[in-house]
Design a protein around this ligand. Structure first.
Ligand SMILES: [Zn+2]
Ligand SMILES: [Zn+2]
Length: 672
């Protein structure tokens, strides 16, 4: 083990709010860093927002702001959320930084000098309406293998097949809906990853680098020749330009992990240190990355190969955690279980409850963890409060009422045992087995509570006051040990014990605290009430019945997360009354109706609606309906394009019911 550590946490994407799933990793990483620092190791904790790529480019454009402005706003929100949860980064930076651009270029040049970069033409899908190449995630269509509709351009969520976007049936642009997509070639840059295959085999195979289940996973990838990695994207894009190019950018996945290195560099510059102390090939430092299961390929193959090729130190360890489910199922907006960090805080819930719950459930493996609010209440109230909290509070309160001073502990083996327990807890923290840490602390605290219950010092205070205070002094000391062992998990709780018992908690200190004045006791953590749980649970809705259609879930898919709509954004939507003048079926399209709609403009518009199975054309003629008037034109091929959208409601007798306005509302009138 090296003398210092550099720990990172996966970079959140600056295109939406943090949710409670993000906090699993944040809590696990923060607990690890706090534990390492408590045990006397220099451990620097670096994070950053991942700020590049097509989703951010499109979101900021839709919001009518510069991408820099978009990411600055989200960065601020993320930083505040982390702070509220006690996630104690030494630096939480961004990847859109001069430091990152410098390091990205250097790594690219090193790869090129190593003969690992190749430029060659690729066939790409191009949308003529948006005038851009479409990344895989921005092409939707029917799976060529199983026929499931509305799948991404790279993989099918139903059958798991992966394919080229050019194989997709009925492809359409996910941005504008254009189905008339072209194929065009564009030169792209590739990293020949197979060049590093042998080195990667050795690196991933070395002891302690990866968890066993992750290593098995990676071994399967390494059994085949690694595919070349496309590291370039065509304009429009938000990112760093490739040196010597005017319209080609580094793919976000090339520059994002470099953010670990460049953010460390930024921190070093601000603290009179050198980045080589942490990332230099021979640095006396262990680099540890905490990540989720979804980004293993990037962190165990691409990233170490990039570091290796450019002469930096590779990570000593990549730790992968499980995913969060809520009440037994994947987080879901439609079921109300997609909980943002902000919502948790705004409901007045204590971040330390969640820190405790996560740590008490997280082990060293990649098993998923489930957040059940009832279970959170049981564990916080039944363990943190009723066990450790109660030991501290009961003993401190009795001492406070009887002179406010600790005396001397009775002869006891507790401190000898504590040495052993602390050694074990230190090893458990290093392995990220916080579930076992919590259990050990609870066992230690339970034994002290039982002793207190047997000795009954509260009864002896009137008779043998000295023996009673001695017993209470022992209990306070055990509570201090437990608090210090839990301090990486619940730092505020531990700080309360520190303040109230009147002395600092220090790892490795086994001399009892005696003959000193204590502070006034107060509750260490608030009890979880049913009302707290109800605040979040009230929004949960029952899961759909088996056989019922699945709810629309685009918001749950990575890359298409829709941030909350702001009033400004809503105001940009132009809703107008439109009178349907004519309607007709579209040949060979049994769902579409072509409508001619008067919006009070010099000429009526053509609007295409997918409601032919709900309305016969003549039923719609004459209706005054609600139209979204400022959408981009959407092509349906063969010269047919739609210039707007008519709003329909679901849930009526028909699949779609037109939202009708009274007949006296003039065409073109604003709806708001
Ligand atoms: Zn499929
Ligand atoms: Zn398009």
């Amino acid at each position: 083990m090296a003398s210092r550590m550099l720990v990172t946490h996966a970079l959140p994407y600056a295109n939406g709010s943090l949710h409670l799933g993000h906090m699993v990793e944040s809590v696990q990483t923060d607990v690890f860093v706090r534990a390492m620092n408590a045990m006397g190791k220099e451990c620097i904790f670096i994070g950053a927002d991942d700020t590049h790529g097509t989703p951010i480019e499109i979101s900021s454009r839709n919001a009518g702001v510069d991408p820099e402005e978009w990411i600055a706003k989200i960065h601020l929100e993320h930083a505040q959320d982390y702070k509220a949860f006690g996630i104690d980064f030494d630096l939480f930076y961004i990847t859109h930084s001069p430091e990152n651009e410098l390091h990205v270029r250097r790594i690219f040049e090193a790869l090129r000098a190593d003969g690992a970069i190749e430029k060659r033409d690729v066939l790409q899908i191009y949308c003529g309406v948006d005038q851009r190449f479409l990344p895989d995630r921005y092409i939707r269509g029917t799976c060529p293998v199983c026929g499931t509709k509305d799948q991404y351009g790279d993989s099918c969520e139903n059958c798991g097949s992966t394919y080229e976007p050019t194989d997709l049936k009925d492809p359409r642009c996910a941005i504008c809906g254009n189905t008339n997509l072209e194929k065009r070639t564009s030169p792209h840059y590739f990293v020949k990853l197979s060049k590093y295959q042998e080195w990667l085999r050795r690196w991933t195979g070395s002891e302690g680098r990866l968890q066993p289940e992750i290593r098995n996973f990676v071994d399967q990838w390494l059994a085949e020749p690694l595919r070349d990695w496309d590291i370039s994207r065509d304009a429009p894009y938000f990112g760093f330009l490739i040196p010597g190019e005017k319209t080609k950018y580094f793919y976000v996945w090339l520059d994002a992990p470099v953010g670990y290195l460049s953010s460390t560099d930024k921190w070093c510059q601000e603290h009179g240190r050198r980045v080589e102390e942490f990332w230099g090939r021979d640095a006396d430092c262990d680099i540890v990355h905490f990540i989720g299961k979804d980004i293993v390929y990037f962190h165990t193959l691409f990233w170490p190969a990039m570091l290796h090729a450019s002469g930096w130190k590779e990570p000593a360890r990549v730790h992968v955690h499980g995913m969060l489910t809520v009440e037994g199922a994947k987080m879901s907006k439609s079921r109300g279980t997609f909980l943002n960090v902000r919502e948790y805080l705004d409901a007045g819930l204590d971040p330390e409850w969640l820190r405790y719950f996560y740590a008490a459930n997280l082990g060293p493996t990649t098993s998923d963890i489930d957040l059940s609010l009832g279970e959170l209440k049981n564990r916080v109230n039944g363990e943190l409060l009723a066990n450790v909290g109660n030991l501290a509070n009961r003993a401190l309160s009795l001492v406070w009422k009887n002179g406010g001073k600790l005396t001397r502990v009775p002869p006891s083996e507790v401190f000898q045992q504590a040495r052993q327990v602390e050694r074990e807890i230190g090893e458990l923290y290093a392995r990220c087995d916080t579930r076992a840490v919590v259990q050990k602390v609870l066992d230690f605290s339970s034994a002290a509570n039982q002793r207190l219950q047997a000795q009954k010092p509260w009864e002896k205070l009137k008779g043998d006051r000295e023996a009673a205070l001695s017993e209470l002094t022992l209990a306070v000391n055990v509570a201090r040990l437990c608090a210090r062992w839990l301090s990486p998990i619940v730092p505020r709780f531990a700080h309360g014990v520190e303040e109230q018992s009147g002395a600092e908690l220090r790892w490795g200190e086994f001399t009892p605290l005696e003959n000193t004045a204590i502070g006034e006791p107060r509750p260490l953590v608030r009890k979880v009430e049913d009302a707290d749980i109800a605040k979040l649970a009230s929004r949960f809705v029952a899961p759909p019945q088996v056989g019922a259609p699945a709810p629309a879930s685009a918001e749950e898919k990575p890359g298409l997360v829709t941030p909350e709509l702001s009033i400004e954004q809503f105001d940009r939507m132009e809703l107008r009354a439109g009178k349907i003048l004519a309607a007709e079926r579209v040949p060979k399209k049994d769902k579409l109706l072509k409508l001619t709609v008067d919006l009070g403009e010099p000429a009526p518009r053509t609007i295409v609606s997918g409601v032919a199975q709900s309305y016969a054309p003549e039923e719609l003629v004459g209706k005054v309906v609600c139209v979204v008037a400022n959408l981009p034109a959407k092509s349906f091929g063969k010269g047919l394009a739609s210039h707007g959208m008519i709003l329909f409601a679901s849930g009526g007798d028909r699949e779609h019911t037109a939202i009708e306005l009274p007949a006296d509302v003039k065409p073109g009138s604003q709806v708001k």
